[in-house]
Every structure is written in C-alpha cells, then in structure tokens.
Design a protein around this ligand. Structure first.
Ligand SMILES: Nc1nc2c(ncn2[C@@H]2O[C@H](COP(=O)(O)OP(=O)(O)OP(=O)(O)O)[C@@H](O)[C@H]2O)c(=O)[nH]1
Ligand SMILES: [Mg+2]
Length: 361
C-alpha cells in the first residue's frame, strides 16, 4: 500500500502549487479561489541512494521505488462542513490518508487574493482545524448511532468503540482533536473505522515569500505548542523550479541563496511525521524494491507490506543490514561473515534492513 498524504488549506493558500511542485505534474494553479474542482492524486517515487547501492551489489535487474500518493483537494473555508465552498465534498477523499500537509499562506504578495481579505496565518490555521473538527464531529455522531446498536448485542469491540466515540464527540465538541483521545486496546482500529481527519499527524507548510527559508515565528510557536512540525517553502517558486532542467534549477536556487529544495524538507517532514523506516528486498536478476513500515513493527508486518500471501505463510526471515550486504559484496559474503541473520516473525525491523522472507505458499 503506498502511503497517502492529503493536502489541506484555505482557498488560494498554494496547495495546488505545492502539489505540482511535489509531483512535477502541472496541477492547475491560478489566481482565483477554488481552482481545484476535481481531486488530484499524484504518485511520487521516494528515491533512496542506499537501495541503488544494494541493487548494484546483488545485480538486481532494476529498482522499483516505494511511492507516496499526494491528494490535492479544493480549499476549505469557514462553514465548509455545512457545505460552504467546495472543500467539504473533497474531505471524503482524504479520510483514508495517513497524514495531512496543511498549507498556510504566509507570503505577502498583494497580487494574490485572500478569501478573508488579509494575510493572517494563525487565523487561517484555526479556521482549517475547526472545519476538520466539525467534519469529524458529524462523522463521529453518525458512526456512534450505528455502533450503539451493535453494542446492545453485547459485542465487546462495539462496546469499547462506543465508549471511545462518546469521548471523541465530547472532545470535538470542546474543540479538541480526535488525536487527544486514546484509542482503546479492545478496538485498536476505532480511529481508522471513523476515518477521522483530526487523528492524523499534520505537517504545517508555511507558504512563504520567494527567497525566505524560515518558518514565520508565529507559525513556529503555534506548531511547538501543539507538538506539531512546521516547514517553510515557497510553493510558487518550487513549482517554477520544478518545471526547469535540474542544472538550471540548481543555478537559480544558488542565485536565490536557497541551500536545498524546500520540497526535500516537505518530503522529509512527511516521513518523520509518519515515523517510517525503509526496508529493501533485492535479488539477482530480479527487480529490487524499497518499502516503508512504521517504526517498531515486525518482520511479520513487513511481510504483509510485500504480499498478504507471504504474510499468511510466513516461516522465517533472512535479514541483513544494507551496509553489511554492500560491504561483503552480496548475500554469500554476508553469510560467510555471519552478517545474515535468521529471524522470526516478531523481529523488529530496523531502518535499512534487506529482507528475504521464507514462506509456505
Ligand atoms: N507570490 C506567491 N504566490 C503564490 C505562492 N504560492 C502560490 N501562489 C499563487 O497563489 C495562487 C493560488 O495558488 P494555488 O496553488 O492555486 O492555491 P490553492 O491553495 O490550490 O487554491 P484552491 O485550489 O483555489 O483552494 C496562484 O496564482 C499561485 O501562483 C507563493 O509562494 N508566492
Ligand atoms: Mg488548488
């Protein structure tokens, strides 16, 4: 399953510009609100130099990159949950994402219309978070009605889920997001079943003036107060640079005094947000592949990423770190140096592991 990231924010905040920069796909970006009237989804490969070296070492036929799917939706305005604007229709498209990028307008270009008439990042952040909470509240109330009926039958999962949903409704009504309500052990999938937006991790993306590299102080302070992350990017500049040849873009970046692509900060921020590790599968004359897994999960979970049949028939895993595999020139060398280990299903995967799973079909 590729990771999915939803992009939210006010109309004209710069979501589609960021999207097209991220994807190289020219999502329509134009200077009037509600440009995006169809959800845009773009699948972006996540390249990893370690994988290149592993693939060379084992003489893999090619490399298949893991991907992130970015979902661009229309801007949300105050009242979106009641059907104001176009955003509410599209919230459904991002209920199944793993994380959100919240694009906040922080650039001061007077030529770009703001739907509220002025640039005020903190007000905008609050508007979006409130709309996401209202949308979750409606969803939670609807789900609660269903689950109450199931709980009457004495189903333990339903009883636990009902209790959790009641706490969720209370929290949202008090202006607290779903992530503040711990999910019960008896119903660990409760947040997924609800498809709540405010249980997802959020990366605040401050869309700053061209040439700025700092997150504005007010946004940084807000993010810190919420335990959230924030990065700064000029969405328009990045979209423009993304349309250039690599060499030209690097030159222009140097002229502007920008050290690295703002997009790298966004992609890295999304990875840190999701607390992911990378692992690899690779063999001679076969496609080598990169995968991602939430930190702390086991070889059995890794098997499930690769294929449900492999997970079902899991017998054991052969694991080697990517460095050892490269250093010892392949699997045979790694085995000779005892760097290749046999592990059971509960082995906790480490970042950069190369894994071969033995399974009974
Ligand atoms: N000056 C400046 N303009 C920007 C920046 N980012 C976006 N814009 C402009 O702002 C306008 C709106 O940008 P979009 O990316 O379409 O905004 P959006 O959030 O997708 O808007 P909706 O889809 O309507 O909600 C376009 O004219 C962009 O060129 C930026 O960093 N600086
Ligand atoms: Mg748009």
């Amino acid at each position: 399953m590729p990771m999915k990231v939803g992009i939210v924010g006010m109309p004209n905040a710069g979501k589609s510009s960021l999207f097209s920069a991220l994807t190289g796909v020219a999502a329509e970006a134009a200077n009037y609100p509600f440009t995006t009237i169809e959800p845009n989804v773009a699948v972006v490969p996540v390249e990893d130099d370690r994988m290149r070296r592993v693939a060379d070492t084992v003489r893999a036929s090619k490399v298949v990159w893991d991907t992130i799917a970015f979902h661009d939706i229309a801007g949300l305005v105050a009242g979106a949950h009641r059907g104001e604007g176009l955003g509410n229709q599209f919230l459904a498209n991002i209920r199944e994402t793993d994380a959100l990028l919240h694009v906040v307008r922080a650039h001061t270009d007077a030529g770009i219309v703001h739907s509220e008439g002025s640039v005020d990042p903190l007000r905008d952040i609050e508007t979006i978070e409130t709309e996401l909470m209202y949308a979750d509240l409606e969803q939670a109330q609807r789900r609660l009605e269903r689950v109450v009926r199931q709980a009457r039958g004495g189903d333990r999962h339903a009883i636990a889920e009902q209790r959790w949903l009641e706490q969720v409704v209370a929290a949202l009504s008090a202006g607290r997001p779903v992530r503040t309500v711990p999910v019960p052990d008896e119903a660990p999938d409760a947040a997924t079943l609800l498809g709540s937006l405010t249980s997802k991790p959020v990366l605040l993306v401050a869309n700053v003036d061209e040439g700025d590299a700092e997150v504005p102080a007010a946004i940084a302070a807000y993010a810190a107060s919420q335990g959230a992350r924030a990065v700064a990017v000029s969405a328009r500049l990045e979209a423009e640079l993304g349309a250039l040849e690599a060499g030209e873009a690097a030159e222009m970046r140097a002229d502007l005094g920008l050290a690295e692509s703002g997009l790298q900060a966004v992609v890295r921020g999304a990875f840190e947000l999701l607390d992911l590790i990378a692992f690899f599968t690779a063999g001679e004359d076969k496609p080598a592949q990169t995968w991602h897994l939430r930190r702390g999960l086991s070889a059995w979970h890794a098997a499930g990423q690769i294929h449900s049949d492999i997970q079902r028939g899991f017998v054991r895993a052969e694991v080697v770190s990517w460095e050892a595999l490269v250093q010892f020139g392949g699997y045979a060398g790694a085995r000779e140096h005892a760097a290749l280990r046999l592990e059971g299903r509960d082995y906790v995967m480490a970042d950069g592991d190369v894994i071969t799973i033995k399974f009974t079909p």
